[in-house]
Write a protein that binds this ligand. Structure first.
Ligand SMILES: Nc1ncnc2c1ncn2[C@@H]1O[C@H](COP(=O)(O)OP(=O)(O)OP(=O)(O)O)[C@@H](O)[C@H]1O
Length: 315
């Protein structure tokens, strides 16, 4: 598999040992990679280190096969920073022209390229206006356009929708899907999990500067499989008699003679054993539906697991 981003124990610590520590990750080409973590987890620090904007204390990183920092890879990368502040005396069009200069975008065809980008981010009628007159959402939109000016292979978006209304958020999600179809790689920093869930396939979760887990999130969420089970004729012992299975249960519905439960199991292969155990006890099983955990549930599981682990380093 080809990785467009690879880091090996990349560490950047500020005073007080805050930042990101020993992050080793690989991002395959063409995925939308969600880099997730609570506020202050170290997401922006990691991205800025990876882009060569700040120097690491230790560790290595490569972008598109070039060690960081490298001008060759920088030209193929687009970046929307979280806290952006653009020269507000410029018009949107001038700002894009400036970024085109910085990224050495050829002059031929540039005017049309800028018009197309303004159109893409919904600012076609505001391109000649000064940025100081833009709303926060418009500034975020022009920021997305600047990240795209060099037609990058890898696009880093740090909280790209924080200032956008629901329509703007949907537009960004659609754009991300479009880039994925074009084979681009998107690295999305976010704590908006419901949003990340709809566009990301791979994720990494970071907490207190440490990488907690990475991989295809639908596979990761199989760590604690869940099933919805509808039963009747439950005996007096109920689910207590399954406590030795390491199982958790929560009632989600009560009908006249049936009840529906959400069961969290230790492993998937317990499902058939559970169904036989229930029928052996004389219970009637009407429905067993595996439930896909949400990205938010996965996130809470891994973040809490790390919080509870004895070796957590509260940096
Ligand atoms: N320039 C800096 N100097 C000192 N400490 C910093 C600096 N930048 C970030 N930090 C600290 O490093 C830690 C990680 O910050 P970072 O901005 O990387 O987190 P984040 O995950 O992007 O957070 P958020 O989701 O809130 O944007 C925080 O504790 C933050 O206070």
């Amino acid at each position: 598999m080809e990785y467009v981003i690879e880091t090996n124990r990349l560490t950047k610590l500020y005073e007080g040992n805050k930042g990101c520590r020993e992050i080793t990750l690989q991002v395959p080409r063409g995925v939308v990679f969600g880099f997730l973590g609570p506020n202050g987890a170290g997401k922006s620090t990691f991205v800025r280190t990876l882009l060569g904007l700040i120097h690491p204390n230790s560790g290595t990183a490569s972008l598109l096969g070039h060690p960081v920092p490298s001008i060759a890879s920088r030209k193929k990368v687009g970046y929307l920073p979280e806290l952006f502040r653009y020269p507000d005396w410029m018009t949107g069009r001038q700002l894009l022209d400036l970024h085109a200069d910085l990224s050495e975008v050829p002059r031929v065809g540039r005017k049309k390229k800028i018009s197309d980008l303004l159109e893409k981010v919904g600012l076609h009628q505001r391109g000649e206006d000064k940025i100081r007159g833009y709303s926060k959402g418009m500034q975020q939109r022009i920021g997305i356009a600047t990240a795209l000016i060099s037609d990058p292979e890898v696009i880093f978006l740090d909280e790209p929708t924080s200032a956008l209304d629901p329509i703007g958020r949907k537009e960004v999600r659609d754009m991300i899907r479009e880039w994925r179809e074009q084979g681009k790689t998107v690295f999305l920093n976010s704590h908006l999990l419901s949003e990340a869930e709809t566009v990301c396939n791979h994720v990494a979760i970071i907490n207190h500067g440490h990488l907690v887990v990475q991989g295809d999130w639908r596979q990761l969420s199989a760590v604690e499989p869940q099933v919805e089970v509808t039963v009747s004729d439950m005996d007096d012992y109920g689910w207590e008699s399954f406590s030795g299975w390491g199982m958790k249960w929560e009632q989600i519905d009560q009908g006249e003679d049936r009840s529906t439960w959400l069961l969290t199991l230790s492993e998937e292969k317990q499902i058939p054993a559970l169904v036989s155990a229930l029928t052996d006890r004389g219970m009637k099983v009407y429905q067993v539906t595996p439930r896909q955990q949400s990205l938010e549930e996965l996130f809470m599981y891994w973040v809490n697991r790390k919080e509870n682990a004895a070796h957590v380093d509260h940096c």
